[in-house]
Ligand binder design. Structure first.
Ligand code: AMP
Length: 424
C-alpha cells in the first residue's frame, strides 16, 4: 500500500514525502481509509508505530477539503504537555505553509500567547485536558464547530486523572462529530470511556508482529548499591555507540542530582522533571533535539511522548514505579524502525519488581554484567521468566546488542524472548 492510494490532498502527499515517509505503517494503512470516510475508531497501537500521522492525516485532509472557516474543527486531546507539543509540531509539519492552522494549548505555557493564538483563525487545536478546561471556563474557546475529536493515549489520560475533564469537554462538542480514540489498551476503563464517547466505532488492533516491534536490545544489570550504579552508568556512557540517551530516575531530586554529577564530569547533560518551569523543560528538550545535549536525565512524567530520532539508548538508573512505565521508557528509543538499546540497573532486592516488568511485557530481560563491574552479591539462581513455549527464531538468536559485546551471564544463555508485547 502507498500513501497515494488514499486520495489524500496533494499538499499532504508533499509533506509526507518531505518527512521521508516512503510507505504507510500498518496503523496508518488500517486507520486512514475508515477515518477518511468519517467512521469512529478505537485504535490500539504501539508507541513509535506512526499513530500520530494515522490520525492527523485524515483530519488535515478534511480541513483542506472544506477550506478555512471561522471556528476550530479538529480537537486533539493528549495526556501531557510534551506529547501535545509533539503532536502540534507534527500537525504543523504535515499541514505545511499556508495549510490548516494549528494551536497548542498546554499547561505551564503563558496564557497570553495561547489567547493570542486563539484570537486568530485556528483549524486544529491540540491540548491537554486541564488547560483546555481553563480556556473553556474563561469562555475563550468555542468548540461548537468541532467535527473530529481525537483522544490520543486515552489510557494515559485516564491514568493521569483526566476522566472528568474529558467528559466535560466531550459534553461541549457536537453530537454528530467523528471520534478517533487511540490507546495502548481498549479494555477496562478505556473501553467504558469509548462506549460513552464513540458511536458504532470500528475497532482496529494492530498486531505486534516481530517486524513491527521496535528493535530494542534490552539488558539488565544488577548493582550492589547506589555507588555501584554510578560506576555502571559511567561505564555505559563511555560506549561509543551511545549517541544520545535518556537516563531515567525515580525522583525529581534524583534527576537533578544525577544531571549535576554528569555535568561536573563533563557530560553534556540536562535534567527534565515536573518541577521545572515549562520554559526550562522546553529548553532541555530543544537541546536534546538539536544535539547540544547528549544525555537527558528525566523522571517518567516529564519524558512521556518524547520522540527524538537520535536517541540510541535508554538507561533506567532507577526502576520505574509501574511496570507499564518500563515499556514507555524504553519506547523512547528504537523508534520508527531504528534500533535502540535499553539498559536497566536494578538492586538485588528489586528482583520482584523486575519480575513484575517481565510479567507485564511477557518477555524476560537478559541479565548482563560489565567486565570489572560485576555485582559482589551472589545473584540467587532464578527461573528465567517463560512467557510462552515459543522457540526463539534464528533472527532472535542472531540479534546482537547495539552496544559492545558483553559477558553473558548464566541466565542470558537461556533462550531469549523478544519484546513484542504491549508497546505503547
Ligand atoms: P508515532 O508513533 O506517531 O509517535 O511516530 C513515531 C515516529 O515514526 C515519528 O518519528 C514519525 O515521524 C515516524 N513516522 C510516522 N509515520 C511514518 C512512516 N509512514 N514512515 C516512516 N516514519 C514514520
Amino acid at each position: 500500500m502507498r500513501f497515494t492510494d488514499f486520495g489524500l490532498a496533494p499538499t499532504l502527499l508533499q509533506s509526507i514525502a518531505a518527512a521521508g515517509y516512503h510507505a504507510p505503517t500498518p496503523v496508518q494503512a488500517q486507520t486512514l481509509p475508515p477515518a477518511l470516510q468519517g467512521s469512529d475508531l478505537l485504535v490500539s497501537s504501539a508507541t513509535g508505530s506512526g499513530k500520530t500521522a494515522a490520525f492527523l492525516l485524515p483530519c488535515l485532509h478534511r480541513l483542506i477539503a472544506t477550506g478555512p472557516q471561522r471556528r476550530p474543527r479538529v480537537l486533539v486531546l493528549a495526556p501531557t504537555r510534551e506529547l501535545a507539543q509533539q503532536v502540534g509540531r507534527a500537525a504543523q509539519a504535515l499541514a505545511g505553509r499556508g495549510g490548516p492552522r494549528v494551536a497548542v494549548l498546554v499547561g505551564g505555557a503563558p496564557y497570553a500567547v495561547q489567547l493570542k493564538a486563539l484570537k486568530g483563525p485556528v483549524d486544529l487545536v491540540v491540548a491537554t485536558p486541564g488547560r483546555l478546561m481553563d480556556h473553556l471556563q474563561r469562555g475563550r474557546l468555542d468548540l461548537a464547530g468541532i467535527s473530529t475529536l481525537v483522544l490520543d493515549e486515552a489510557d494515559r489520560m485516564l491514568d493521569l486523572g483526566f476522566a472528568e475533564d474529558i467528559e466535560a469537554i466531550v459534553a461541549r462538542l457536537p453530537a454528530g462529530r467523528q471520534t478517533l480514540l487511540f490507546s495502548a489498551t481498549l479494555d477496562g476503563v478505556v473501553g467504558r470511556l469509548a462506549e460513552r464517547v464513540t458511536r458504532a466505532a470500528l475497532r482496529i488492533e494492530i498486531a505486534r508482529t516481530p517486524e513491527a516491534a521496535p528493535r530494542i536490545d534490552q539488558r539488565l544489570l544488577f548493582a550492589d548499591g547506589h555507588e555501584h550504579k554510578l560506576r555502571l552508568l559511567d561505564h555505559l556512557l563511555k560506549d561509543q555507540t551511545l549517541k544520545q540517551a535518556v537516563v531515567f530516575t525515580a525522583t525529581k531530586v534524583g534527576a537533578e542530582d544525577l544531571a549535576r554529577r554528569l555535568q561536573q564530569q563533563g557530560h553534556a547533560a540536562a535534567p527534565l522533571h515536573g518541577d521545572m518551569g515549562q520554559g526550562a523543560r522546553n529548553r532541555a528538550l530543544r537541546a536534546l533535539r538539536e544535539g547540544s545535549a547528549r544525555i537527558l536525565v528525566a523522571t517518567d512524567v516529564a519524558a512521556r511522548g518524547l520522540d527524538v530520532p537520535g536517541l540510541t539508548h535508554v538507561i533506567n538508573f532507577d526502576l520505574p514505579m509501574q511496570a507499564e512505565d518500563y515499556v514507555h521508557r524504553i519506547g523512547r528509543t528504537g523508534r520508527a524502525g531504528r534500533t535502540g538499546a535499553a539498559w536497566t540497573l536494578a538492586h538485588h532486592r528489586e528482583r520482584g519488581k523486575v519480575r513484575g516488568i517481565e510479567r507485564y511485557t511477557g518477555a524476560s530481560i537478559p541479565v548482563a554484567t560489565l567486565p570489572g563491574l560485576e555485582p559482589k552479591a551472589v545473584i540467587p539462581e532464578q527461573k528465567a521468566f517463560a512467557p510462552s513455549r515459543r522457540t526463539p527464531s534464528a533472527a532472535d538468536r542472531g540479534r546482537r546488542p547495539a552496544g559492545k559485546p558483553l559477558a553473558p551471564s548464566a541466565r542470558e544463555r537461556a533462550p531469549r524472548h523478544d519484546m513484542r508485547h504491549r508497546q505503547h
